[in-house]
Design a protein around this ligand. Structure first.
Ligand code: AMP
Length: 212
């Protein structure tokens, strides 16, 4: 059985891009708590209404709320999952182990990068919600401005991808990541990957981590 994968890294480190390739090439299921929360906002559910202003500011939603949403959307006895965006603090690492993984084999992959380059990277990010393609106006622009190369749909600029919110999201990340890394290091399942290299090189390292 393939290990359950926990992707760790600041926003904009390429977790989403890598997750898409891991799904395509290794047959994983991908679960992103950010996507689930944005789905609730798009549906206009009570939960969506409650979390919208928190997400727009770049702050963290309540741990139990996100855990429930996660648990309602994954079943690790059926598939190997990529957990993307969860855990965001040490309490969530413990909740993930206790309520979701329950001792299942897992690997935590940390996408390590100098945080200073991320504000520019994220504020230039554009996303195609249906195809899941992720563009960057500087490094990977779409062929036709504002449209997805694959599906032709309109690209969106996430509301929380604006410079001010990005700075707060990075601040939140900096304040929470160290104990999370210690937690997985202590369990002997942490793999650190230099995320400043090309997506190809990063993916090769991810493959080694999955197979090791
Ligand atoms: P992401 O798409 O992972 O960058 O998440 C976007 C936003 O959703 C974050 O800035 C948080 O406001 C919220 N969020 C996503 N995952 C979590 C989580 N595990 N715990 C708390 N808030 C979360």
């Amino acid at each position: 059985m393939k290990p359950q994968l926990i992707l760790l890294g600041a926003p904009g480190t390429g977790k989403g891009t890598q997750a898409k390739r891991i799904v395509d090439e290794f047959g994983y299921s991908h679960i992103s708590t950010g996507d689930l929360l944005r789905g609730e906002i798009a549906k206009g559910s009570d939960l969506g209404k409650k979390v919208k202003s928190i997400i727009d500011k770049g702050d963290l939603v309540n741990d139990q709320v996100v855990l429930e949403l996660l648990n309602a959307n994954c079943s690790i006895s059926d598939s190997a999952y990529i957990f993307d965006g969860f855990p965001r603090n040490i309490e969530q690492s413990e909740l993930l182990e206790e309520h979701v993984l329950k001792g299942a084999a897992s690997k935590a992959i940390y996408f390590d990068i100098d945080l200073d380059i991320l504000v520019e990277r994220i504020s230039n990010r554009r996303i195609a919600p249906k195809s899941g393609e992720i563009y960057n106006l500087l490094s990977r622009p779409p062929k036709v401005e504002g449209k997805c190369d694959i599906s032709g749909e309109d690209l969106i600029h996430r509301k929380d991808d604006t410079a001010e919110t990005v700075r707060n999201r990075l601040e939140v990340f900096k304040n929470t990541i160290a104990p999370i890394l210690d937690y997985y290091e202590g369990r002997g399942v942490l793999v650190r990957i230099d995320a400043s290299t090309s997506a190809e090189e990063v993916f090769a390292k991810v493959g080694e981590a999955i197979n090791s």
